[in-house]
Design a protein around this ligand. Structure first.
Ligand code: GCW
Length: 649
């Protein structure tokens, strides 16, 4: 299957110059930065020839000067551009590549070579994508087709992989995990000799684009690969096996950044089976890869997934914190703990994970999910960037010089939303999530409006009507989705397993710890000090807000409290009226977005237009189900009518 160029589809500029001169040290002639300039100039100024250095510089030339300045940090760059000359300086080849992409972006947005200056270095040091690709080509929670990394159980490197690396570098991604955290079947052999060569090659390609390659190893590999009878991280043979294996693997795969591990979670192996702690497990691996500069990223998504719904004392929200807080300070310095953005699981609304700020002596990474598992599966438009931004800017209220999540974490990861579909993300509009994610990590000061504008114009060109419509859709989409789906932070009213579409009690009598406890009198989970105590996991100032019904923000009320339907929100509405209103409004917003899209016929290419039409049709069908089923569910339970007399079935 072919693939689009997404936001790197360089369009012709309003420029008639005949020569573009790239001036740089000889050693940079083979760099990705140089190559990208050549690719871009061939499309942007097609009449011009592109040459390396030149004595001739006249009115008919545009000059691009690239230099490496050791006093700049590796990923830092400076640009001084005018209508005739651009100078890009950076601390390394990767920094230059970032500078080149920034120059090209600005030029593409202006439609011509123009004057501007820029100085930038990434807000976040670690900017990762986690692919949940299986060796057999399936993608767990993938909504964009099959894997383009793994084809027929082999690792492929082809034109798409190169395009992928360019796209990721253009938004500043510097780490990519290529396989699923659930390590299954053939992926268990990733550390074996079978994959060494292809991993080395992929690593080399990634290195050219400033991206470190990561894999999820099988924690039980000493058993599965080597045939030992244990994977106990304190067992001498196990340690020895990891040390030897990592020496071989890192020796061969030069650009291997390290491992991402999901341990003792949802059936994955881990140290706890041997009576060891997460720190024992993580440190054992970290020591094996330390000599090669590797890091271990260890996930905090650990909870009991065989709960009894009758048991009201156990609260899944509490689990992650309970599992890790006692281990603060025990992890080696090349271990990073990766916690999801919220305590449960990528719902449309959750409070921020309580480990951020609480783990004072541990490297933390926050994990988002671009794959829209619970947010419409790339059939619904749901631009998640406003949510990511809000979470990154959230004040944890811990006693720290800067208590915001963005300053506490050492890096950010997101579950990727890509696959082998033509437009990479199944839905053309879902690519805006990928774009916005990378750009936001690189420059946290960008506003949602700027990010939406950039992506829209780089993707669709400069038609004002298109820009206005697409921006309006993106900027309003997340709130619309929240409105017509799950109210007030309660979460989980979706179909079990596939997580798509409404099923208010789909998860109610199950083992996953995901309950709404709705009955005829009340709805919500009491997680205050007198309930499960979850609110107490926050710093005192926040614990007080979340734990108190009168202070808890509306949008999280049912996450933290169990209240009657007549409870009045800060907004002045009762809970039940809020549910009805938001569901009618959310659906109306979705209808409006679909209309805006239909108005773009003939203004964007047919393939994209059709892709959007199909997806909006499904979004509307499904949003209507959400609206009617959720409203009906609460109407039947509460027996309270809508104040406005709208139809509730
Ligand atoms: O959200 C859940 C998903 C699982 C996933 C798990 C995780 C990779 O439903 O499919 O497994 O989270 O994050 O580990």
């Amino acid at each position: 299957m072919g693939f689009s160029k997404l936001w790197l589809d360089y369009r012709k500029l309003a420029d008639t110059r005949r020569r573009v001169i790239i001036s740089c040290d000889h050693s940079l002639k083979d760099s990705a930065a140089f190559e990208e300039l050549k690719i871009a100039m061939a499309s942007m100024v097609p009449e011009a020839i592109v040459v390396w250095k030149s004595e001739v510089f006249d009115d008919d030339s545009y000059l691009i000067v690239m230099t490496i300045h050791p006093e700049l940090a590796e990923e830092e760059y400076d640009i001084a551009a005018s209508e005739n000359i651009t100078e890009i300086c950076a601390g390394s080849e990767t920094g230059l590549l970032y500078g080149v992409f920034a120059f090209l972006r600005q030029t593409a947005l202006s439609g011509k070579f123009c004057s501007f200056t820029a100085h930038s270095k990434p807000s976040q040091p670690i900017r990762m994508l986690n692919h949940w690709d299986e060796a057999d080509g399936d993608i767990e929670r993938g909504y964009s087709g099959k894997s383009f990394f793994f084809i027929n159980e082999e690792l492929e490197i082809n034109e798409r992989t190169v395009m992928y690396a360019r796209l990721m570098a253009s938004i500043g991604i510097n780490g990519v995990v290529i396989n699923n955290v659930n390590v299954r079947r053939k992926a268990k052999l990733l550390l074996s000799i079978e994959f060494a060569e292809s991993l080395a090659n992929l690593g080399e390609l990634f290195a050219r684009y400033g991206i470190k390659l990561f894999i999820c190893p099988d924690f039980a590999a000493p058993k599965t690969i080597c045939g030992l009878d244990t994977a106990d991280p304190l067992d001498e043979n196990v340690i020895e096996w990891w040390n030897t294996t990592c020496a071989l693997v890192f020796g061969k795969i030069k650009n291997l950044g390290g491992f991402l591990v999901k341990a003792d979670s949802e059936g994955e192996p881990g140290p706890m089976a041997y009576g060891r702690t997460h720190a024992d497990g993580a440190n054992m691996l970290a020591r094996a890869i330390k000599p090669y500069g590797g890091i271990v990223i260890w996930r905090c998504f650990v909870y009991n997934c065989t709960q009894d719904w009758r048991d009201k004392k156990t609260d899944r929200a509490c689990a992650s914190y309970e599992n890790f807080i006692g281990l603060d300070g025990q992890f080696d310095d090349n271990v990073y703990l990766q916690a999801k953005n919220g305590p449960v699981d990528f719902q449309i609304r959750e409070p921020v994970h309580p480990l951020f700020g609480a783990m004072k002596n541990t490297n933390m990474i926050i994990e988002f999910q671009l794959a829209q598992e619970y947010t419409g599966q790339q059939k619904h438009v749901c631009w998640l960037i406003p949510m990511f931004k809000e979470i990154m800017e959230h004040h944890t209220c811990h006693d720290l010089p800067d208590d915001r999540v963005s300053r506490i974490v050492r890096g950010v990861a997101a579950v990727a939303n890509t696959g082998d579909s033509y437009c990479w993300t199944g839905s053309e509009l879902a690519a805006a999530n990928l774009y916005g994610y990378g750009r936001l990590l690189f420059d946290e000061n960008l506003t949602c409006d700027e990010l939406a504008e950039e992506w829209t114009r780089l993707t669709f060109g400069d038609d004002e009507k298109v820009t206005a419509a697409v921006k309006e859709i993106l900027l309003g989409s997340k709130q619309a989705y929240e409105d017509y789906t799950v109210p007030l932070g309660i979460g989980w009213m979706c179909h079990p397993n596939d997580h798509y579409g409404p099923s208010p009690w789909g998860y109610e009598f199950d083992r996953w710890g995901t309950y709404n406890r709705a009955d005829r009198d009340a709805v919500g989970v009491d997680r205050s000090a007198s309930g499960s105590g979850y609110s107490e996991q926050y710093a005192p100032a926040l614990a007080e807000v979340y734990g108190d019904i009168s202070k808890c923000p509306d949008e999280l009320l049912l996450f933290f409290h169990r209240v009657p339907y007549t409870h009045r929100l800060h907004s002045g509405k009762t809970v039940i009226q809020h549910i009805y209103d938001t569901h009618f409004e959310g659906y109306a917003k979705a209808e409006h977005f679909a209309e805006l899209w239909h108005g773009l016929e003939g203004k964007i290419d047919d393939r994209t237009f059709k892709n959007g039409c199909e997806r909006f049709a499904e979004q509307l069908r499904c949003a209507k189900e959400w609206r009617d089923i959720i409203n009906c569910f609460f109407h039947r339970l509460s027996g309270i009518d809508d104040e406005n007399g709208r139809e509730i079935y």
